[in-house]
Design a protein around this ligand. Structure first.
Ligand SMILES: [Zn+2]
Length: 153
């Protein structure tokens, strides 16, 4: 085994940072080092800050679209806002998977569902929101509610 230590420079803050790896031999380690120094261009602090900022913006966009969550303690509301943002991210793209005759009804249902201002509703259904991330969620709580809302099984 050969250890490779790349010294990378963050293109955001200018700080240098290390990335290391273990490879089969020296020549592989050397070429990984060269590759890594060229490709790791953002330090973990800047990467985390960018992720947090992206998350803040996504949350704000969701709140603007569907209104604030107003019912609950401040702690419940803060948690529910995150769950509801994930719900929006997962429910919004599903419209494309529906037959065209259901798409308009789905959009109306979804906007109403996502406008639920009750923090406890979102906290209670966080597992159902998680489940939306996996596969075709036909038996998902939200999908069942949508189907019920338009009278299909
Ligand atoms: Zn940085």
């Amino acid at each position: 085994m050969a250890k490779a230590v790349a010294i990378c420079t963050c293109e955001r803050c200018g700080k240098t940072f290390e990335r290391s790896n273990k490879l089969q031999n020296r020549s592989m380690a050397d070429s990984w080092k060269e590759w890594a120094e060229e490709h790791f261009t953002v330090c973990s602090e800047c990467w985390q800050a960018e992720r947090q900022e992206a998350e803040r913006q996504a949350t704000e966009a969701t709140n603007n679209l569907y209104g604030d969550i107003t019912v609950g303690t401040p702690k419940q509301i803060a948690w529910a806002v995150k769950i509801r943002r994930q719900a929006a991210e997962r429910l919004e793209p599903l419209v494309k998977r529906l037959k065209s005759e259901y798409q308009e009804a789905y959009k109306i249902w979804m906007a109403k569902e996502l406008s639920n201002p009750d923090a406890v509703f979102w906290i209670d259904h966080r597992d159902d929101v998680d489940a939306l991330a996996f596969g075709t969620p036909v038996n998902n709580y939200f999908i069942i509610r949508f189907k019920e809302s338009i009278g299909i099984q």
